[in-house]
Design a protein around this ligand. Structure first.
Ligand SMILES: [Zn+2]
Length: 490
């Protein structure tokens, strides 16, 4: 009896495998198999070369990588889907060229003499991507989260004189993500707001706590800044009977500012040139569907092509986001080479200026080159190349999308597969998928789970050999290709 059940089970599973395989023509399975970690890693290594300058929005390096993508698309027969029958959609993005890492020092006065303690890049301090050029020296004042929110009864600058001084503050806001009113604090948690507020309060410079590159801090004439790490934070609070971590926790708990003059001087040096007139771009290509009616409907797949740039230190931006770009390039190549295309069209969106504040995707949803009402969904890939499991975040809200991709995974890939409902983030939006969701599109994100390597987020060590597991890229890309095949033929 047990044997019979076993045989029946085996027969059933063989049958279902064969059924699954039959739904994909041989050419489609061949094309899926042609997606290889080899090719994916070749693209990634190319994108991380110093000549592309970390692909910073507005830089010549970004323009070079954009034309490199365009060359591939046109070579593969992917049609242009940008403006005026080109692959490009251009828009202004002011760019700050950073000539050197500059420096950050603590200046200690002792018996009339000054002694300086310099800090080193990248972990003790990190240069600002959009700092004004110059040298600023002055007293350092701790201003909590750098927020003045009168309607919320909170002001980090209340009763504190920061004119001509250097302010030091933390990212985010007093309201943690589980705070009932966290939405009200979102506008104040933006870097853009904090730096503007510091300048309005008369600060001459900012030391921003946390040494990660952050290209979305805006350039402001007269504002010199840098990011600082634990070592300098500890030094700044030394000898005044307070500890930064405890102080920050107290602000979270009481929702009351704890600003104070730290009675120490610091010096920030930045060597930059701001170019207010630069133009950057999105890159778009499309593989037309084969069904005369359904080809008007478009599945849009995106990945941000820009990286964190080269603010005096190269940020290769391998995991974030050469991986996503490579993944969708392989899907584009495999799809364009199919003798028989799927019924619906599939467009590829290489998004510009994500790191500078989701500029490229915002520009696109306001000026779509593909009609919104014809866009089936937007699928985002950001940092898809480190882990053991696959995910399609947001897809629980769209059962037909979830089914198309989980089926691809079940038929061929066999990784663990996670999902979640689509929802707008309660804290500050950080992804291009959120931009599309907010604009009323169906939007999901391909992701990986069970990370196996460090992420080295916005750090010079986001290098291919340190942060990427090539096998998961291959599987993510094959899953994406087959899932798109399913979705495009529904
Ligand atoms: Zn990213």
């Amino acid at each position: 009896m047990r044997q019979l059940v076993l045989i029946a089970a085996i027969t059933l599973s063989v049958l279902s495998l064969r059924l699954a395989a039959q739904e994909y023509p041989k050419e489609v399975i061949d094309a899926a198999h042609s997606i290889s970690s080899h090719r994916l890693m070749d693209y990634v290594y190319e994108m991380c070369l110093p000549k592309y300058e970390g692909r910073g929005a507005g830089s010549e390096g970004y323009n070079l990588i954009a034309s490199w993508v365009v060359d591939h698309l046109s070579q593969w027969g992917v049609q242009p889907a940008g403006v005026d029958n080109s692959y490009y959609q251009k828009y202004p993005w002011p760019y700050t060229e950073v000539h050197s890492p500059g420096g950050v020092e603590l200046v200690i006065m002792q018996k009339g003499d000054s002694i300086t303690k310099p800090y080193s890049i990248p972990d003790q301090f990190f240069p600002g991507s959009n700092s004004d050029s110059g040298v600023v020296e002055g007293e350092v004042v701790f201003v909590g989260f750098g927020i003045s929110a009168p309607e919320l009864g909170y002001d980090d600058y209340k009763g504190i004189d920061v004119k001509g001084k250097i302010v030091v503050f933390a990212s985010e806001s007093p309201a943690k993500s589980d705070h009932p009113d966290v939405e009200k604090w979102v506008p104040y948690s933006l870097h853009q707001y904090k730096f503007k507020n510091a300048l309005e309060k008369g600060a001459a410079g900012v030391l921003y706590i946390g040494t990660i590159a952050n290209p979305s801090i805006p350039f402001q004439p007269g504002m010199v800044y840098a990011h600082i790490g634990d070592e300098m934070v500890k030094d700044l609070f030394f000898g005044i009977g307070k500890e930064y971590g405890a102080l920050r926790n107290r602000i979270h708990e009481t929702m009351k500012p704890a600003s104070m003059n730290l009675k120490k001087n610091a010096r920030i040096v930045a060597e930059t040139t701001h170019h207010p007139q630069t133009i950057t771009s999105n890159v778009l290509g499309i593989v037309e569907g084969s069904d005369p009616l359904l080809k008007d409907e478009v599945i849009l797949i995106g990945a941000h092509l820009d990286g964190q740039g080269n603010p005096g230190v190269l940020l290769p931006s391998a995991l974030d986001n050469a991986t996503g770009v490579a993944n969708i390039m392989e899907v584009a190549r495999a799809l364009a080479q199919l003798p028989e295309k799927p019924k619906r069209s599939v467009a590829f969106f290489f998004i510009g200026a994500e790191e500078t504040g989701l500029i490229g995707s915002t520009y696109f949803v306001n000026n779509p080159t593909i009609p919104k009402e014809k866009t089936v969904c937007f699928i985002n890939l950001d940092m898809v190349g480190n882990g053991k499991g696959l995910a399609l975040w947001g897809a629980e809200s769209y059962p037909h999308i979830l089914e198309a991709f989980s089926k691809a995974n079940n038929d061929f890939i066999h990784r663990s597969f996670s999902s979640s409902p689509a929802r707008m983030p309660r804290t500050r939006p950080r992804s291009d998928a959120a931009v599309f969701l907010k604009a009323g599109y169906s939007a999901v994100s391909v992701g990986t789970t069970e990370r196996v390597k460090p992420v080295n987020y916005h750090h010079p060590n986001d290098k291919p050999e340190l942060t990427i597991t090539p096998e998961i890229m291959e599987d993510a890309s094959q899953m994406l290709f087959l899932g798109i095949w399913n979705l495009a033929n529904r």
